[in-house]
Design a protein around this ligand. Structure first.
Ligand code: EPU
Length: 335
């Protein structure tokens, strides 16, 4: 009997897997790796299912779903708070807990759906902060041979929406625990987007960590589809990164085009802007479409299938390429 993954992907796609296993502890692998059926099967790890797109209706293999729980405060000396959190903890709840304790670091990453174990994989980011800014260690187990390894931060090779755990060669690593370093005293990051204007509209002159977390929550709620109501996987595409010279040419043609200069002579252009200017914001093809309040997000309005979403994805990619000469790339993990 095939197992329905509908509840396990925030896109709400009706996909099936041959088998599904909740992983309550990494210790289970010492037994599993000796099992012939397990050894021969394809495997895929799914956390909160908030960044995955099942393009076909079926996964012929075993889905491993980490559900291990536990949050341990390892050390609170000086200004640092070192916390180890199990992969199956809910990210939002974890961030809310750190904000409630008054620890600096994760407040701009409030309300991101998904589980803690997934955060390092794509180095989740929002409002000027990335998970890597607070992660110190990642504990992973090889699901084929049961070997455990602790990856120190530099070994994680974090980048924009990527890490070593996203490499094809690393797909056999299951993250079971993540260590964070937060601060008892630090500064707040208010420079991204409309955080400052939100706070000043509310007359908040000396914002606290909770004020920033609330600002992020409200700004997100105004733009992003509500999980459980409208199916999506958050940003479907990555922001575009182009050489400075290419950005210069585009800017001559589209003077209002936003761009953020990064390292090595590259400029990041918001793909949401490109999609909007290509006339596709709010585009709909049956129940598949582009979100009307944030064009970077593809949505399932109800009964869209993976094939429907894929058709919209291809249309968006080709129309952006035709208009701007930029080939945008999916940010979601496509299975
Ligand atoms: N924009 C438009 N039209 C749109 C959407 C965006 O013109 O429909 C332009 C605007 O100029 C806006 C700029 O794009 O100022 C940036 O938009 P936004 O702040 O919404 O951020 P983003 O770059 O589109 C990224 C992340 C989001 C994260 C936000 C906020 C990626 C792939 N996405 O989106 O992350 O919440 O920044 O920090 O980098 C996710 O990864 O699932 C996700 C939601």
């Amino acid at each position: 009997m095939a197992f329905s993954l509908k509840k396990y992907n925030t896109f709400g796609l009706d996909a099936f897997a041959r088998q599904f296993m909740e992983i309550e502890s990494e210790d289970i692998f010492s037994e599993l790796i000796g099992n012939e059926g397990y050894k021969q099967s394809r495997k895929f790890i799914i956390g909160g299912g908030s960044n995955v797109f099942f393009e076909n209706g079926h996964f012929d293999g075993i889905i491993l779903h980490p559900v291990m729980k536990g949050i341990e405060i390892i050390d609170t000396e000086d200004n640092d708070v070192i916390i180890r959190c199990a992969a199956g903890e809910n990210w939002k709840d974890f961030v809310d807990m750190t904000v409630a304790r008054g620890w600096y670091g994760l407040e701009n990453l409030s309300d991101i759906p998904g589980n803690v174990g997934a955060a390092p994989v794509q180095n989740v980011g929002a409002y000027g902060i990335e998970a890597k800014d607070c992660i110190s260690k990642v504990y992973a187990i090889n699901i084929e041979n049961g070997e455990k390894k602790c990856f120190k931060k530099p070994e994680c090779e974090f980048g924009y929406r990527t890490s070593i755990f996203k490499n094809a060669a690393m797909q056999n690593l299951l993250i079971y625990s993540v260590e964070f370093i937060l601060k008892k005293n630090s500064t707040l990051h208010l420079d991204y987007g409309n955080i400052r204007s939100y706070l000043s509209e509310k007359n908040i002159l000396n914002p606290t960590i909770s004020d920033v977390a609330q600002a992020v929550k409200d700004i997100r709620a105004s733009k992003l589809p509500q999980v459980g109501i409208v199916g999506s996987a958050g940003s479907f595409f990555k922001n575009a990164v182009v050489p400075k010279a290419k950005y210069g040419q585009l800017k001559d043609e589209y003077p209002e085009m936003p761009g953020f200069e990064g390292e090595n002579g590259y400029v990041k252009i918001p793909t949401g802007w490109l999609i909007e200017k290509a006339g596709l914001k709010g585009y709909r093809d049956g129940d598949a479409g582009v979100w009307s309040k944030q064009a970077l997000i593809l949505v399932n309005h109800g009964t869209a299938t993976g094939t429907d979403i894929k058709r919209v994805m291809q249309k968006v990619i080709s129309e952006v390429e035709d208009k701007f000469g930029i080939k945008i790339e999916p940010e979601v993990v496509i299975v």
